[in-house]
Design a protein. Structure first.
Length: 154
């Protein structure tokens, strides 16, 4: 009898795993608009030192800082040399007025270029929005990976 129960338990666990996996993989990513990239060589020169924040873990180990500078409607987002984050499928970079790209005024900057080291993103931003967060989000599962609170942008 114990063999029969054991087989039933394994089937039940397997069924639960399949249902859980299907539910997670069907998560919708945030519906934030995509940022329009700007070639760095044509971007205006920053007139301030930017808003700086330190990344903190929200789901994955992370180190480093983010600096967001906005000049004449063009943003430059820089990650520090010591930036690292754990691996996940489909990580995207966002800026937002809240720490969740499903709320606030999110802007999907770009796919994360690398899980290590300095990187820069240059893109257009809408007028009048004061951003206070840089986020790294796992889009396929719609879950947070890391966040950096920054002083509100002008």
């Amino acid at each position: 009898m114990s063999g029969k129960r054991s087989g039933t338990s394994v089937r039940a666990l397997l069924a639960a795993f399949v249902i859980f996996t299907a539910a997670c993989s069907s998560a919708e990513p945030p519906t934030a608009p995509d940022a329009v990239p700007v070639a760095p060589e044509v971007a205006p020169q920053p007139t301030t030192s930017g808003s700086v924040g330190t990344f903190r873990r929200t789901g994955y180990s992370v180190t480093g800082r983010a600096t967001l500078t906005i000049t004449n409607g063009v943003a430059q987002l820089d990650f520090s040399d010591d930036f690292t984050i754990g691996s996940a499928p489909g990580p995207f970079v966002y800026i937002n007025t809240t720490n969740n790209p499903n709320t606030g005024r999110p802007l999907r900057v770009a796919p994360l270029r690398s899980g290590r080291g300095a990187q820069s993103y240059t893109f257009q931003v809408p007028a009048g929005v004061q951003y206070g967060w840089v986020l790294i989000w796992c889009d396929p599962f719609n879950v947070p990976m890391a966040e950096a609170a920054i002083p509100l942008t002008p």
